[in-house]
Structures are given as C-alpha cells and as structure tokens.
Design a protein around this ligand. Structure first.
Ligand code: SF4
Ligand code: FES
Length: 369
C-alpha cells in the first residue's frame, strides 16, 4: 500500500486489558482504568492485528494490565504469528505457569518480558501488593527459559528499590535472561500520583549509574543492559515513543488508538477507535496522530535546536502536565524555561519523607490521599 505523508509504522503496543494481578503504584495505565466489560472481543483484536500485518507492522507488544488474563491470548498470538509479526508478551509473570508458556510458545510467541518489582521478595510484595508474587515470577521466568523463549527482565526503578540494582543484575544472570531493562519510572498516570514517594535522590541515581556502567562493561556479550534515565534528572529528554506517531503507536483495551500512553491527558485531542476505523486511516489521517508528528508544530527552543530530530522535543504529555501546553518543550530538557522547576520538584520530593503508596486499582485515584 502507499501512504502519502507519514512513513509506515513498525510497532504497536496492544494493551489487551487493564485487569491485573498486581497493584503497582507506578503503573503506566490511566487513572481511570477500564473494566472488563469495556474490553474489545477476540474478533475485533483479530481484525486489528490482521490490518496491522497488512500495514507492515513488524512487532506487537502484548501488554496490559496483565495480558495473560485474556483467555484468547493464544488465538491473538496465532493471528500475528501466522502473518509473520514478531510478538512480545509483557507480563508481570504471576499466574504464568509452564503449561501456559508452552501453549503460547506453540501459538508462535517470540519473546517474553517479565517485570520484577524488586530483586528481593519483600520488595516485590510491597510494591506489587501480592504475597508470594516474587516466587511466582521466578517460576514463570524459569518456565520461559525452559521453553526456549528469550527473556527480558524488566526492573522499574524508584526510591524504594534503587539500591537493589546490583541484585537485579544478579537475578537476570541467574534466570538466564538475554536482556535486563533498568527503567527508571516515568511520572505519568499512577506514577505521577505517587511521585513524592517514588522520586529517588540524585545521589542514589549516581550510585545506580555507576553500578550499571560497571556491569555493562563486565557483562558485555553475556547480558544486554538497557538503561532508561529518570526524566527529572536528565539533561535532555527522551524521544518519547521514538517521536509522536513516527513509527509506533498504542491501542487501549477498548480499541482507542493513541500515539502514546498519556495522550488522553491532552484535552483537545480526539481519538479514533481501531474497532471502527481502519488502522491505515488512523495512521495516515487521525488528527490526534497528525497533531505533533514531525517538527512543524514546535515552538522555541525546540524549533531551532540541533536535537529536534533526535528527541522530537521530548514528551508531549509531560509538556502538557508540567507546562500546560502540549506543544511546549518538555520541561525535562535543560533548555526548557521550566527545567529549574522540575529540578526543584525532584530535589524536594526526594528529600521529603516518602508518603504511603496509592496503589493502582479501579476507583483508587478518586479517593482522598
Ligand atoms: Fe530536544 Fe527541544 Fe530540548 Fe532541543 S530544546 S534538546 S529539541 S527538547
Ligand atoms: Fe505521550 Fe510521552 S507519554 S508523548
């Protein structure tokens, strides 16, 4: 097919459900979680995934919530695998046993990413709020490796586990993972609500970076370690989603197609539903996808900056949240006039006493702190 304007997308993050076995206080799902009765059915997802393959999508990340709570997961994987699309299951691992792994492998699953809330059982239980979660994750990871599937260990990092980074590296090695993601929490959704308890100090961040750099050197060719820096301490922002509607997008459990996780927080954007509008049309013509695509929408200092096609001005949703303008430079950038403000937020919150977690569950965000 030919599309005028944007290039073709290569990846989709498919959030199949917001249901989850855990209640992590930094979840990237929206504060208003969708109940099971709002989820698309199997036929809709199959149709979307067939269209995705026709559009040239190379990889689909099957996520949630907890995607293994969808009974039709093997069917969805089969649909994608039959069309040669690479599938990555993003799971918390709780409830993923050897028979399920074997079923998913047989359906054509290519890769599994399991998140660990802590490198120690007590940390995993505190953050995910589920007794016995750590052991169940270890069993899931072993089942993945026993099935011959490649494994990534994902470690979301914040104040309560930043000193476990060395242990996360040992854990990934012990589990035979190919890759470890040391991903400092980004402050959207539930993480923004819990920012004051999650924010690490700069000193802890510097210790973490030293550990990661030494391990990368020591484990070259053994374990790939990805590192996602925390926005609030960065010099330059990340290229969120690799640039707005540039080569990837996401679909929520009810079929809403959005350029990124947080796009619903930008009030003037209107989104199409992938169960009703063809995916190719959404990609090429959705006004929400067009809004911040490329660089023409940029204001100064991004407009004349050498990095504008490297980080695409950072994160639009963070600009909306912190600057009140989705077209502003991401305040995480040291060139933003608001950068001092987020540095001060990070310093003050990291120094303050950590408030209790507000755990992720339906309705919790509307309750008083
Ligand atoms: Fe990126 Fe804009 Fe900052 Fe330049 S000014 S580094 S383009 S966010
Ligand atoms: Fe929306 Fe970063 S989360 S652009």
């Amino acid at each position: 097919m030919s599309l005028a304007g944007p290039g073709l997308p290569i990846g989709i993050l498919a959030e199949l459900t917001h249901r989850c076995t855990l209640q992590c206080a930094y979840c990237s799902n929206p504060l208003e979680l969708l109940k099971a009765d709002r989820e698309l059915g199997t036929d809709d997802w199959v149709s979307i995934f067939r269209q995705a393959a026709d559009l040239g999508i190379l990889q689909v990340h099957l996520s949630g919530g907890e995607p293994t709570l969808r009974r039709d997961l093997p069917t969805l994987i089969e649909t994608l695998a039959a069309r040669g699309v690479y599938t990555n299951l993003i799971t918390a691992g709780v409830g993923v046993d050897a028979p399920l792994v074997e079923t998913l492998r047989a359906a054509g699953l290519d890769h599994v990413q399991i998140s660990f809330q802590g490198a120690r059982p007590e940390t995993t239980e505190l953050i995910g709020r589920l007794k016995g979660a750590h052991e169940r994750k270890l069993a899931a990871a072993r089942a993945v490796r026993d099935a011959g599937l490649p494994l990534t260990v994902n470690a979301p990092i914040h104040r309560h586990n930043i000193d476990e980074v060395e242990l996360f590296i040992e854990l990934a090695l012990e589990l035979g993972a190919e890759r470890l993601e040391i991903a400092n929490v980004q402050y959207y959704g539930w993480a923004l609500l819990n920012r004051a308890t999650l924010m690490p100090s700069r000193a802890a961040l510097e210790r973490q970076i030293a550990v990661v750099e030494a391990a990368r050197e020591r484990l070259r060719g053994v374990l790939a370690i990805d590192f996602v820096a925390p926005d609030y301490y960065a010099r330059y922002p990340k290229a969120c989603m690799g640039g707005w509607a540039r080569d990837a997008f996401m679909i929520t459990p009810d079929g809403t197609a959005m350029p990124c996780h947080g796009a619903a927080s930008i009030p003037h954007l209107v989104f199409d539903n992938a169960a009703r509008v063809p995916l190719a049309d959404i990609w090429a013509r959705s006004p929400a996808f067009e809004a911040y695509r490329g660089t023409a929408w940029m204001k100064e200092p991004c407009r004349s900056c050498d990095r504008r096609e490297i980080d695409f001005g950072g994160c639009r949703c963070q600009a909306m949240m912190l600057a009140g303008d989705a077209a502003a430079t991401d305040p995480a950038c040291s060139l933003s006039p608001l950068n001092d403000r987020i540095n001060a937020i990070a310093r003050d919150e990291a120094q303050g006493e950590a408030p209790p977690f507000r755990y992720r569950r339906i309705g919790a965000a509307r309750e008083p702190a």
